[in-house]
Design a protein around this ligand. Structure first.
Ligand code: NAD
Ligand code: DAU
Length: 337
């Protein structure tokens, strides 16, 4: 089988490509990625020698590039997106272009090329925010209520995927998952930012009161979930994917990292809150468990420790990403620091 993966040079896409090529030795895979600031060829170092892997540098918003990349593919796994909420607040237009228009261009090509299965990677952020004390969780029937430009662009993309399924009969599925963490995540996101800032002797910026809650999913658990949906999922369906059984606040996550790296709590700094900051996400993953047999396997504490160790071992990898351009973004985003 031949797969087209979009955004395979980013965090989850690169982990997925490694997972898939290792597990399915008869499959070929094409990675279409524009190599934006978030796309990093180092994430797939050595893969250029793998005869089952090929790379096309190109933008999903370019129909000609997409039409070339999709030739011969049977399955499309769509990760490519602008993904950082803070950047979507600073510059929403790029998010609308890549996440909505880019998805529509891919869907168009998928219909034209009679793609057997189109799988779209989405997010729990489309459901909005839960109350901090609520025991409620998001599930596949939760009403969409996106609250950031990023979330709104992902919600629009989800609607387009389902519209192409209904209107043109495209065999499509969607996974809406929670916050991933693990190796190769860009240091703009909370866990790698905290680890790398501490390793650099810098402070860790905590938005607001630090009580916001996220549902953390280890990236290999996510890759297995996507695999289950591609192999056994029902077309036209959404599957929610989450990782945690217990709530954990951002501040607690950061405190754990501080402890793992033998740093001081005084390195935690409370900064101005993110505008429209969603208070809580929690995912009910009953459906994918019941229908496809998937469940998260990884232990949060253990994987957080391994993730911190990975960043300690791979300093050259993340140092490159925290260069001049990152500092410009950092200063703009964290004006108070
Ligand atoms: P990432 O930011 O690490 O990587 C995104 C990749 O997409 C990069 O390689 C980038 O170069 C590529 N890309 C961006 N714009 C492109 C374009 N116009 N054309 C082609 N390639 C382009 O993202 P990630 O964290 O790996 O997320 C992957 C997907 O999973 C996204 O769709 C995101 O919305 C979704 N998601 C992520 C998380 C998370 O916690 N990271 C959680 C839920 C859903
Ligand atoms: O929930 C899934 C989403 O998770 C994905 O769809 C997004 O692509 C991904 O970026 C992520 O979004 P978040 O905004 O939740 O992730 P981030 O790592 O930016 O922030 C996690 C939490 O930590 C959030 O409550 C904001 C807070 N935070 C973040 C940063 C970067 C801070 O307190 N300080 C920070 O410096």
């Amino acid at each position: 089988m031949k797969l087209l993966v979009t955004g395979g040079s980013g965090f989850i896409g690169a982990n997925f490509i490694k997972y898939w090529l290792e597990k399915y030795s008869a499959d070929d895979l094409v990675n279409l990625d524009a190599l934006t600031y978030a796309g990093n060829p180092d994430n797939l170092n050595g893969f250029e020698k793998n005869s089952r892997y090929s790379f096309i540098k190109g933008n999903i918003c370019d129909p000609a590039v997409v039409s070339k990349a999709i030739k011969g593919a049977e399955v499309v796994v769509h990760f490519a997106a602008e993904t950082h909420v803070d950047r979507s607040i600073l510059k929403p237009s790029l998010f609308l272009k890549t996440n909505i228009l880019g998805t529509q261009i891919l869907l168009e090509a998928a219909v034209k090329n009679k793609i057997r299965h189109f799988h779209h990677i989405s997010t729990d952020e489309v459901y909005g925010s839960l109350n901090l004390k609520s025991k409620e969780k998001f599930n596949e029937k939760t009403r969409y209520n996106p609250r950031s430009p990023y979330a709104a662009s992902k919600a629009a993309a989800d609607h387009l995927v389902l519209a192409y399924h209904e209107t043109y009969g495209l065999a499509a599925t969607i996974t809406n998952c929670s916050n991933n963490f693990g190796p190769y995540q860009h240091p703009e996101k909370l866990i790698p930012l905290a680890i790398t800032n501490l390793l650099q002797g810098k402070k860790v910026p905590v938005y607001g009161d630090g009580q916001n809650i996220r549902d953390w999913l280890y990236v290999s658990d996510h890759c297995r979930a996507i695999d289950s949906v591609i192999k056994k999922g029902k077309c036209g369906e959404i599957y929610c994917v989450g990782g945690l059984k217990q709530d954990i606040s951002n501040l607690e996550v950061i405190r754990k990292i501080v402890k793992l790296l033998n740093c001081r709590e005084s390195q935690i700094e409370f900064v101005k809150d993110r505008p429209g900051h969603d208070r809580k996400y929690a995912i009910d993953w009953t459906k994918i468990n019941r229908e496809l047999g998937w469940q998260p396997e990884e232990d949060f504490e253990e994987r957080l420790k391994e993730t911190a160790e990975w960043y300690v071992r791979n300093e050259a990898w993340w140092r490159k990403l925290k260069g001049k351009n990152f500092q410009v973004f950092y200063r703009r985003n964290y004006k108070k620091l």
